[in-house]
Design a protein around this ligand. Structure first.
Ligand code: CA
Length: 669
């Protein structure tokens, strides 16, 4: 996320923040914050050290503004407040309020609420067992991979199905992604079946925790948001369910969607946004423990490293505990296969490492990555935060490699800037930096790399290789904006070259949904609240650009078939990846030592021509077979090869000279 949200006006004021006072608050280490339900009794515990009184409020409906019962809570240990209600309380809606210095704060659901009603205004007493769809106990994570075996596909739940061309019944809902064998009007697969067809391994879903911006009481009115505006961290978003007022249904339908992905061999990555809250003064955090969960500037204002009006304070014990318990809950209860941390550079390294260690106890194959940057300055020193440059101090949490992203297509901050794929020949060193997954490599001139002037990773599983995500213009739009004179055919070449670079680079490749059919957001750069007409995936394009779809599938299949593209140590990259020394300007060529990686291809030679003209390139000695060419050509080459402008080719030598047979092995089934 690197955009500015419209900031809500501050509705409430709460006393002056007191950062040194927060350190005096007792820390509660128990596991029972929030609701604990059994048919015999429900217990509730919240943490609020400054409160002098705390109350539980019960409501008949999630839309009621008046409680039918208000119950004083008992003071518990370490700043907590506690109440036990005997009997089966299932179906009751509840909130809490605390009195601080004689003033009642607003009633809010607790931050730990796991089932909520319309617009997340009330929490629900529920039996967790009642949220499991049929067969949930048999739901399994897809087979574990090394992180570099993953191929991530980033998708917004609504975008996937909302367009009529999806042929999906439950448009814009969790259930839309449970439907199989759905088709576009042209008869091509859409939705879940399309994802399976592409061959990617993990679906990264934009936020699906309960976010604030969509009015869930008007599900059929035109509304849109990416969802980077957290309201209830531990409950699913209501606008993706078929009934936002039913606290159980949103949980059950989300689990149905996850089970459908798992049945089809796809892992699910959850996009989490612990770096800020959508509301500031009115947030549940601030209503229960004013100020504590946030960082402040020296003059007492909310610090704003997120550009969203506040930033959370992960370094404080109870915020750290909150984040840790929240991700563990999602991993265990929803069988999540990975997490993507929004603006991870806001969080401290200690917290991120505790999270990584605890998650791997639950699921050793879990995939973790995040944005190793912030959207503004933070009062917490850089050296303590989970920034890109500190990635080697994180416990196997990858960061997005923006060197490759902008090296390929040009800076996201300057629409006119071109990249290597669109003819900017001096971007070559940034591409090489990305090919080597930000790991040390003796042949890279680091002073010529766009952003980082030194390698920051020690292993390729620390870096996400990408050229496009939900932020900024799509790759297709960026090529058009930065190169308005290029023909559509030329831009298509550039686009395919860009995808080739991403899917052959070391590291963990990451694709933005629809890039395989040249997704457009019609030139809208920050589409976080743009209508469906901008954001929806237009499945007609799958037919229109089926050559690009076919080629992207070939690239994915190539990567999955050949371990040389998936090295897993920095030493392997330094040793088994060799750049050609004598290449024309605008050309990058390199050889992978396949034999050293147990690849069926003994050597693999990859060449990218980012320049405006065709180039005759010298081949390393021997006979080379075509593994994959953008124009679909096959055949053998010796001495040299002609590579057209904005083009890529992958050649190989087979270990036993059976190349002509194996030349079909990189075709998808
Ligand atoms: Ca919501």
């Amino acid at each position: 996320m690197n955009f500015l949200f419209m900031l809500l006006p501050f509705l409430f004021t709460i006393g002056t923040p007191n950062p040194s006072g927060y350190d005096q608050y007792p820390v509660y280490t128990g596991p029972d914050l929030g609701l604990h339900y059994t048919p015999a009794a429900s217990t509730f515990r919240i943490w609020s050290p400054p409160a002098t009184t705390a109350q539980l409020l019960l409501y008949h409906s999630c839309n009621d503004s008046t409680a039918y019962k208000t119950i004083d809570m008992q003071k518990g240990p370490s700043g907590t407040w506690y109440i036990r209600l005997d009997g089966d309380q299932r179906g009751a809606w509840y909130n809490f309020r605390v009195n601080i210095d004689g003033h009642w704060n607003h009633a809010v659901p607790d931050p730990y609420a796991k089932a909520v009603g319309t617009n997340g205004q009330k929490a629900l007493v529920f039996d967790p067992k009642s949220t499991d769809p049929a067969g949930w106990t048999k739901d399994k994570h897809p087979a574990r991979h090394r992180p570099t075996d993953a191929i991530i596909y980033e998708l917004h739940i609504r975008d996937a199905s909302i367009d009529p061309s999806s042929g999906i019944k439950y448009k814009g809902r969790f259930l839309g992604l449970t439907e199989e064998d759905t088709h576009s009007p042209e008869g091509l697969s859409t939705g879940l079946s399309h994802l399976k067809e592409m061959g990617v391994t993990h679906i990264h879903l934009l936020p699906f925790f309960d976010y604030s911006s969509i009015n869930e009481s008007r599900p059929d009115s035109p509304q849109y948001n990416w969802g980077y505006d957290p309201l209830n961290y531990n409950a699913p978003e209501g606008s993706y369910s078929t009934d936002a007022g039913d606290g159980i249904k949103r949980i059950k339908e989300l689990k149905q969607m996850i089970a459908a992905f798992h049945r089809n061999g796809l892992g699910v990555i959850m996009d989490v946004v612990y770096n800020h809250t959508s509301l500031t003064e009115a947030s549940a955090f601030n209503q229960l423990v004013p100020g504590y969960y946030y960082r402040h500037t020296s003059d007492g204002r909310y610090s704003n490293a997120t550009a969203c009006g506040n930033e959370t304070a992960s370094q404080r014990p109870m915020m750290r505990k909150f984040m840790l318990e929240s991700v563990l809950y999602w991993a265990k209860e929803y069988h999540i296969d990975g997490f993507r941390f929004d603006l991870m550079g806001v969080h401290d390294i200690t917290t991120m490492n505790e999270i990584a260690d605890a998650l791997r106890q639950v699921n050793p194959g879990i995939l973790l990555y995040g944005e190793g940057w912030t959207a503004g300055d933070s009062p917490l020193p850089d050296s303590l935060r989970a920034l890109k440059k500190n990635v080697s101090r994180l416990h196997d949490i990858a960061v997005f490699g923006d060197e490759l992203r902008d090296g390929i297509k040009g800076s996201v901050f300057d629409i006119h800037d071109k990249g290597f794929a669109s003819g900017k020949i001096d971007a070559a060193e940034s591409i090489k930096f990305g090919i080597a997954a930000a790991c040390p490599h003796p042949q890279i001139a680091y002073d010529k790399v766009n952003y980082s002037k030194a390698p920051y990773a020690w292993s390729p599983d620390e870096v996400i290789a990408y050229c496009e995500c939900h932020d900024n213009n799509t790759l297709w739009d960026k090529l058009a904006l930065s190169y308005p004179n290029a023909s559509e055919d030329t831009r298509k070449q550039m686009h395919m070259l860009a995808l080739t670079i991403v899917l052959t680079s070391q590291g963990i490749p990451f694709l933005h949904a629809g890039t395989e059919f040249l997704r457009t957001k019609k030139g809208v750069e920050n589409s976080y609240n743009s209508p469906d007409s901008i954001n929806a995936i237009d499945w007609h394009r799958k037919h229109q650009y089926q050559d690009v779809v076919r080629y992207t599938k070939s690239l994915i299949h190539l990567r999955k078939t050949h371990p040389a593209f998936r090295m897993y140590t920095g030493a392997q990259i330094a040793e088994h990846l060799r750049f050609d020394q004598q290449t024309p300007a605008g050309v990058i060529a390199y050889t992978l030592n396949g034999a050293a990686m147990q690849d069926s291809w003994e050597k693999i030679w990859i060449a990218f021509n980012g320049s405006e003209t065709a180039q005759q390139l010298q081949l390393p000695a021997g006979t080379w077979y075509t593994g994959l060419a953008m124009d679909g050509a096959t055949g053998t080459h010796t001495d040299s090869i002609r590579l057209p402008a904005h083009n890529a080719v992958i050649l190989y030598k087979a270990s036993n000279n059976t190349g002509s047979i194996r030349s079909t092995s990189s075709r998808p089934r």
